[in-house]
Structures are given as structure tokens and as C-alpha cells.
Design a protein around this ligand. Sequence first.
Ligand code: B12
Length: 424
Amino acid sequence: MLGVAFSIGVLLALAGSTVAHNCVASYHVVSKMLQQLEDSVKPGEPPNPSVLLAMNLAGAPNSSVQNQLLQEIEKEAVKRAQKDMTSGEVALYVLALNSSCKDPRHVQAMGKSIDLISILQEKTDEEVASLVMKGVPKTTLYSVSLDALSLCLTKAGGYQAPSVILAKWVLSPDSHLDVDTRAVAAMAMACAYSHTDLRDVRELLLKALRNVTNGFLDEQEKGHGMIGNIYSTGLALQALQATGKFYAPREWDCAQAFSVVYKHDYQLSMAIAQVLPALAGRSYLDVVSPGCVKTSMYPSLQPSLSPNPGTTGVHKAPTIEVHYSIINKLQGKHFSYTTSVQVPSGSTLLKVLQAAEAEKPKIFSFQTEQTSWGPMVVSIHGLAANSNDRTYWQFLSGGKPLQEGVGTYKPHDGEHIEAIFSTY
Ligand code: B12
């Protein structure tokens, strides 16, 4: 557990309670999540810049884990940024380095030095060119939002064009952007708004920001605290933390939104990393350059010596039956296969896919790739997702898309899961 060095005033006001005070969660909640993030950092695994960013925004003490993560991030950037990273990944690396007071223009590792800002500018220009020529970004509008946000926060050029494009998408009645994308776009547009003098651009950004933030407040009211789903709510809360002036004089009932988040037991470090800044009263907009992170509401949190909870005894779970279909009506030779497998109750969907593959390997073969959200299914029955033609394997239950991936989702007895080759 992280604990102890907490100023008496804040401690008295917050400790022991899970109620939001001025849109800041209790110390208990924040320190538990920080501990979960710390525990997620494993040597030898690809570093996650969102985790470092969240730790810094939540005011984590400068621990050896953070330093180790920072070094891995610098190494990974030098190794992969130019050739293998998407624009959004580079943007997250820039935010993480900035939040650790490191200059992204001079990232040094393994005897080499790279300028991550120029790389980000180049990759953002490619996204903008694709949007202008083809009407879709090279990757996704979520990544373009991260690009614009990151360039704007580092006061580098190249954020205005993507911010204007994002504003137009937000305002277009048929664009249907998901909550996650609107949230990051709102943070990017809020940054661009405060750094531009052009009247037309400011007016457009203002309109888009009012649209997104009021839309979130409406969705929260309808969803009794939830904005989108439990995983998008964190980013929406960050956006609402940072954009108060765009929905004023309307008030935000942050306690209602926080209470939904408190009830959920987030397990994935990526999910925690997106919600934690908001619970600590911060957002990605608090990464400032130069200057790292704006002063925290929380004084430094210090690690205590409490041991990790031990593992409990293993019980043999009863088995459940899950029906599983794979369907391609999109590309090449169409196919549709269904099977039923028995797995121990409480198994993840990944276990179902593995059981199906073990029983009928010629039909239900599949491949995954490790990502920041866990294993992503990238190929089934030899048919691979492809970012150039914007295809992916979508997972549904009862016709509705799952809100979790195969590594987390736990099907129930008799459930029918479909994997459908789709476009995004
Ligand atoms: C864009 C996006 C997608 C795109 C990615 C396309 C691309 N090539 O970029 C597509 C449409 C393919 C996609 C698919 C899915 N997604 Co998605 N996606 C996002 C979104 C909006 C942004 C991700 C991103 O670009 N990050 C920025 C880049 C720089 O970081 P990155 O680490 O390189 O991003 C990669 C991973 O995020 C990965 N990815 C995207 N979604 C998912 C979902 C899972 C479960 C996994 C393991 C990986 C993964 O693809 C990105 C590009 O390679 C996030 C929102 C969020 N809050 O993060 C949801 C989000 C991550 N997705 C989610 C879900 C549920 C899915 C699906 C399971 C939906 C479904 N019912 O099928 C599928 C994955 C199924 C599978 N095959 O395993 C959830 C995950 C929640 C959770 N607890 O696991 C999120 C948080 C949205 C939400 N609020 O519900 N997604």
C-alpha cells in the first residue's frame, strides 16, 4: 500500500472516505490504484507510457519502479518510434516523458538521441493528409486527438489543423464518435482554444467544446453517472475536469460520476491509467511543458511496507458450456462455423477460443497480439485484421458488441459468442 506522507489537512478531509470532495477522490482510492499501477510494471514486458503518465498526474512519489519504467520508455522510443510506432503511440510517449520532466526533443538511450517531437509532427501530418485525401485518418481519430493534444501541450507546431478537423467531426451529425475519442478530442481542442488567436478557429473550437461537454453531462444524467461505458467514463471525467469553462454556468455533479467508478473493480492497468488522473482531480491537460505536471492536490504519496495480499487456495470450478461462432461475410471466401465448448466456470473468453482451437484446430485457429489492453485477437481461421483496410475481429454476445476483450471477458453458462470480421 502507498501511504503515510500525507498532509494532515488533506488527510483529515479525505482519509477513510470514498466520497468525492471538489472532484477529487479519497486518498484511499487513489493510493490503491497507484499501487495497482506500480504492481503492473514488470521487467521484460513492453513499457506502457499511459501508466507512467497516470502515476505522475496522480502525484506518485518518485519510486524506483517509476524510474525503471521511464528508462524503458526512453529505450523503447529510441528503438521503435520512427519506424514502428503509430502517431498515437508517439503522442503517448511524448506525454509520458513530459510528465516526468524529460525533454521529448532529446530522448537518449543506448548511445543514441532522437527528437520525438519532430517524429510526432511528421506522423501527425500523415494523419491529416489521409483525412484530407481519403476522409479517414491513417489510424483512428482517437490517435489524432492524442497527437493534437500532445503537440499543443509541448507548444510545438502542427496541432491546429488536426484540432480543426476534430472540431468538424464532433459537430458533424453523422460522425457518431465514441465517448473515448470525444473525450481526448475535447482535451486537445481545449488546449488549442487557449493557444490560438484566430477568431474563426476559436469560434469553431468553442462550439465543438460546448457540444462535447454538454453532451457528456447529458449522458451522465441519463446513465446515472456513467458516460458511455465503464471504460470510457474515466476519459470523459478527465475531459470534464479540464473543461469547466465550456459548460459553465452548468454544474457538474462529479460525485455522481465518481460513485459509478468507485463501484467498479478495475483490474487492467490501462483502464486504471485512464481513470486515475480524473480521480486525482487532474487530466492530461495538466501535463505542462516546461514544468512537468501542474502542482498536485495530493502531496507526494510514499510507499509503505504493507505486504501484497497473498493468493488464496485453488478451488476446482464447475464447467460451463459456451457456444462460439466465427463469421466472415466481408472479404475473400465467406465462412461461418459454430461450435460448443466446455470450460471451467469463471474462465475468460480466451480460454473458450483456446478450447475451440484445441478441439477443431483446422477451423478455430486464431492468433493474438499483446497490447496495452491485453491480448487482441488479430486473426481467426487464417483471416487477419488489417489496419490498411480498417478490418478487425469484433466480438459480440446476443448481437451486442462486448465491452471487454478476450483476456478479460468471462462468458456465462449457455452464452453464445460471435466473432464477426468487421470494419471500423
Ligand atoms: C480505436 C479503438 C479500437 C480499434 C483499433 C484500431 C486501430 N488499428 O487502431 C478497433 C475498432 C479495432 C477496436 C477493437 C476493439 N475494441 Co477498442 N478501442 C479503441 C479506442 C477508441 C482507442 C485505442 C487507441 O487507439 N489507443 C491509442 C493507441 C496509441 O494506443 P495503443 O495501445 O497502440 O492502441 C491499441 C490498443 O488499444 C488496441 N485495442 C483497441 N481496442 C482494443 C480492445 C482490446 C480488448 C484490446 C486487447 C486491444 C485493443 O488497438 C490499438 C491500436 O493497435 C479505445 C478507447 C480507449 N479508452 O483506450 C477502445 C477500447 C480499448 N476498445 C475496447 C473494446 C471493448 C474493443 C473490442 C473488444 C470491441 C469488440 N466488441 O469487439 C475490440 C477488440 C476485439 C479483438 N479483436 O480482440 C474497450 C476495451 C475495454 C476493456 N476493458 O478491455 C475500449 C477501452 C473502448 C471502451 N470504452 O469500451 N478498438
